[in-house]
Design a protein around this ligand. Structure first.
Ligand code: ASP
Length: 328
């Protein structure tokens, strides 16, 4: 008898639990959603986040607040989101770093991109540019490479820490030109750009999302873009490849994540809101101006992000191992 009662109670609580979570998901969101950014405000990831967050606010019927949780390498924000309540109120935007970090950090990484998250979808892909301080004497890539080789003991390269896109690009660039240079880590390339503009650091590789306006206004020097074709927003900037430099191409893709265990109906709402935002002409125009290419709708899905992440981890692991540049 006691056993039967217990079974009934368990069954009831399951039904009630499911009912409660269904009601919760139906009402979601009842207040602001926080989108965590792993890098400093004013940088390229932050820019993508702000455009997307604004676009998602309308379909969600609430404000999506961008919250910067900067750390060198961008490893703090994923950990925070992993440990957040899986209720759809804390989500994470991250880039290609989610695929390189697991190989770069051999010990002590406190999250696993493949097991700790629910996936919302792929957002866009952005090329990077090799840019230098205003006073850099080199007039083109060839002169710039000569300058680096002649000054390799003192030339400084800014990045956003090991695991950042700027780290990855620097690593590829070093190996393509077969020259090592000094790297200076920041908690995002927003602050790094300020130092570049001020001449405290010599050069960096950063997404067009951040460099386009500085390049257009002639405030910094540019020596090439890491895409296979020139981008429409910066038609005068040659690709690295067309200047004869192979092996440094990289596209920085962005994805949206939620903590593992977030109810499916909540994820479905986030997916729909992200897709609606990405279809918004104002969002599309802004991304195009910044050199970003939005993924087609069939990639703006949890399954596509999961598959892409896995493929990118497998793609970068051997290259990182070959370069031997680890965080620990
Ligand atoms: N561009 C940075 C990176 O290298 C990140 C940022 O500040 O948005 O990953």
């Amino acid at each position: 008898m006691k056993m039967a009662m217990l079974r009934l109670a368990t069954a009831l609580s399951v039904v009630l639990g499911v009912g409660a979570s269904a009601a919760f998901a139906q009402q979601y969101p009842t207040h602001n959603v926080n989108m965590l950014v792993p890098y400093a405000a004013g940088g390229p990831t932050d820019t993508v986040a702000r455009v997307l967050a604004q676009g998602m606010g309308k379909p969600l019927g609430t404000t999506v607040i961008v919250e910067n949780r900067p750390s060198a390498g961008g490893i703090l924000a994923p950990e925070v989101v992993k440990n957040a309540r899986p209720d759809g109120y804390q989500i994470l935007i991250h880039h290609i770093g989610m695929a390189t970090i697991p190989t770069l950090y051999r010990t002590g990484l406190r999250f696993n991109p493949l097991t700790d998250f629910e996936y919302i979808g792929l957002i866009n892909e952005v090329p990077m540019t090799i840019v230098a301080k205003p006073g850099m004497p080199a007039k083109n890539l060839k002169e710039f490479l000569d300058y680096i080789k002649a000054n390799k003991d003192k030339v400084t390269y800014a990045n956003a820490g090991i695991g950042a896109a700027s780290h990855l690009c620097g690593m590829l660039f070093m190996s393509a030109i077969q020259t090592d240079f000094l790297t200076i880590p920041y908690k995002g390339t927003g602050p790094a750009m300020n130092d570049l503009l001020g001449g405290q650091v010599d050069f960096m590789c950063d997404q067009t999302t951040s460099t386009t306006s500085q390049i257009k206004s002639g405030k910094i020097k540019v020596y090439g873009i890491t895409s296979s074709k020139r981008v429409a927003s910066l038609p005068e900037v040659p690709t690295l490849e067309e200047q004869g430099l192979k092996g440094a191409n990289v596209g920085i893709w962005h994805g949206l994540y939620a903590p593992k265990g977030t109810p499916k109906p909540v994820i479905d709402k986030l997916v729909a809101a992200m897709q609606e935002a990405l279809a918004d002409p104002a969002v599309q125009q802004r991304f195009t101006e910044l050199g970003a290419v939005t993924y087609p709708k069939d990639k703006q899905t949890p399954a596509a992000l999961q598959a892409h992440l896995k493929a990118e981890i497998d793609k970068w692991a051997p290259l990182i191992k070959k370069a031997g540049q680890y965080a620990d």
